[in-house]
Design a protein around this ligand. Sequence first.
Ligand SMILES: C[S@@+](CC[C@H](N)C(=O)[O-])C[C@H]1O[C@@H](n2cnc3c(N)ncnc32)[C@H](O)[C@@H]1O
Length: 187
Amino acid sequence: MVYQPAEDSYLLEKEVKSLISKLKNKELDKIKVLDMGSGSGIQAQASIKSGIKMSNVLCVDIDEEVIDFLKKQKLQAVQSNLFSNIKDKFNLIIFNAPYLPEDKDEKKYGKVLDTTAGKKGFEIIIKFLEQAKQHLNKEGKILLLFSNLSKPRVILKEAKQLGYKYKKLAEQKLFFEKLFVYEFLVD
Ligand SMILES: C[S@@+](CC[C@H](N)C(=O)[O-])C[C@H]1O[C@@H](n2cnc3c(N)ncnc32)[C@H](O)[C@@H]1O
């Protein structure tokens, strides 16, 4: 199922646009963007609208239905479990990660929800950070969204051990949770 953009999507989209707006025109032409867990393609489209060449934006999702949906928008899209089918390096990797702990009723739905990150709520995010390092160009950046329910302290501790520097760019309080957007780069 294609994830319908929600507060998390819009919060990250704002930061994608803001980061790209700071790039010079000369840089814009060369920047390669990876939209991990692309869903509706909102982050890829935000990158293109902000001036990144369409041919330099790659969408990745684990879900075949999502890939078909993205290709209908003429976006480049590859089905992949995180980076399993990805060889290239990028200047910007965006990920609105599945960030919630497993719902105990989830098995009844017959499918892992788009927002489920694993039993504890951070497993996929840690895997992503482990793999993303190898796919960043020099001075490349990651924009990652997660929530207070994804155990930010565990994620940030692990990121530090993996050699990332990070800073918080945005946060938004919702009813039951708080969303965060962080920027990561390799030290
Ligand atoms: C919370 S949605 C975000 C969708 C969109 N990027 C947005 O901002 O609205 C998470 C997306 O990650 C995808 N996803 C989940 N696990 C994945 C994995 N292991 N590798 C690649 N994509 C994955 C889901 O199919 C879903 O489209």
